[in-house]
Write a protein that binds this ligand. Structure first.
Ligand code: GLN
Length: 432
């Protein structure tokens, strides 16, 4: 099945609890290959972990199988989540099921492609700077990036841990929300999870899935000019038409300005590469994965082991190490943290007046295979609209808004902290 699009790195099954009841009982789930699965390879799309088999499963995997869902495989991804196209994978690129000459987006491209191609009912991705929303947009499916702290990261191999969350990918908003109902909630294994009852725990009738009721009557939607400027005209037209349709359904839209988001990509790449340089230091040939045959001293063996990283991962470790080095720390890392605080404040202020913020998810249509690989800066800039929600730790969703030239276009909603219900509701109205 999966060979056509190269959506899976490993096809293997973890059976769900056969006695479970609920919306996910009997559902099939594809899991991104940076989410640990006990006894099943978890490669992160990297040569470094090609043979790594975790001794435990991530909390999200256990919650899904307890809810009766069956894991059907581990999906292809940009190496360690670093990319926007799934082309930096050591296992070859995934093809977009909508158009096999195009990328599926990334870094959770295999997960979105698996859902779009019908290889799995739903999927899990991880979103550090857009990696759930971007592939959802490019493959014409739905992706949710939860509020930081809503979903456990226990068992997620860290790329940039202050930014990332595991999130669902599905064919419809309601199905994605049903997955979120299962995976959300505090976890004693992850001290950054918020100790709050999930919506469903507090009131089963008020689940995230129930919020997908399409009722936007009276909802105020902010439309930030900065997230439309510079985007492909075909994308802008499609998203604007979907927003006009929301107005016809009773939503009120208002133009807003978020000047700080213009600095989001720069701040994101300094923070993400800094955290990555630290997180990836553990791949030293001693504790995990690949180890180079070396008869040199420890430094030499460490250096030779790390040749197993691909070019994009090496580039980011170098950038992050540089940004954190003595003498440059204030110039780059501290400045990026200031920009992050500024982005967060602007969103907080905006949510005093609007319920949700709408924009294109990606400013571009899906790249052709190979198109952006030689030009990392071009690839980074494609994250302009997704990275603000990670910097501000806010919930965000991408929902199909329509097509342009036969290619899917995603509309993104960002909402206030822990108000997943509002972005789910708004997105479900776009589907109508
Ligand atoms: N494209 C972004 C990056 O390369 C986002 C990746 C992600 O969310 N994992 O960092």
């Amino acid at each position: 099945m999966a060979a056509d699009h190269n959506a899976f790195i490993t096809e293997a099954t973890i059976e769900g609890d056969a006695d479970a009841e609920g919306p996910l009982a009997g559902a099939t789930v594809a899991v991104k290959d940076n989410i640990s699965t006990k006894g099943i390879e978890t490669t992160c799309g990297s040569e470094m972990l090609a043979d790594y088999v975790p001794p435990y499963s991530a909390t999200v995997v256990e919650r899904l199988t307890d809810a009766g869902a069956t894991i059907v495989g581990k999906t292809n991804m940009d190496e360690f989540g670093m990319g926007t196209t799934t082309e930096t994978s050591a296992f070859g690129p995934t093809r977009n099921p909508v158009d096999p000459d195009r990328v599926p987006g990334g870094s959770s491209g295999g997960s979105a492609a698996a859902v779009a191609a019908g290889d799995a009912d739903v999927a899990l991705g991880s979103d550090t700077g857009g990696s759930v929303r971007c592939p959802a947009a490019f493959c014409g499916v739905v992706g949710i990036k939860p509020t930081y702290g809503l979903v456990s990261r226990y068992g997620l191999v860290a790329y940039a841990n202050s930014l990332e969350q595991i999130g669902p990918i599905a064919g419809t908003v309601e199905e994605a929300a049903a997955v979120l109902d299962v995976i959300a909630g505090s976890d004693p294994h992850d001290g950054t999870t918020r100790d709050l009852e999930t919506v469903a725990d507090a009131d089963p009738a008020a689940s995230y899935a129930a919020a997908a009721d399409g009722d936007v009557d009276g909802l105020t939607v902010g439309v930030p000019t900065e997230l439309f400027e510079g985007a492909d005209e075909r994308v802008v037209d499609t998203v604007e038409a979907a927003i006009a349709d929301l107005e016809a359904q009773g939503a009120e839209t208002t133009e807003i300005s978020l000047p700080a988001v213009e600095h989001a990509v720069q701040a994101y790449y300094v923070i993400a590469t800094s955290e990555a340089s630290s997180n990836l230091a553990r791949f030293d040939g001693v504790r995990y994965g690949h180890r180079a045959e070396s008869d040199g001293n420890w430094n030499e063996s460490f250096a030779e082991t790390r040749e197993a990283f691909g070019a994009e991962v090496k580039r980011r470790i170098l950038l992050g190490t540089y940004a954190l080095s003595a003498g440059y720390h204030d110039k780059y890392y501290k400045k990026a943290q200031d920009a992050r605080a500024w982005v967060r404040q602007e969103f907080d202020a905006a949510f005093e007046d609007v319920d949700a913020i709408a924009s294109p998810t990606m400013p571009v249509l899906p790249f052709e295979l190979g198109e952006s690989l030689d030009d990392p800066l071009r690839m980074y800039l494609a994250d302009a609209n997704t990275t603000p929600a990670n910097l501000a730790n806010l919930p965000a969703i991408s929902v199909p808004a329509g097509e342009a030239d036969g290619l899917p276009v995603g509309l993104q909603f960002v909402g206030p902290k822990f108000d997943e219900a509002t972005v789910i509701r708004a997105a479900s109205a776009v589907e109508e």
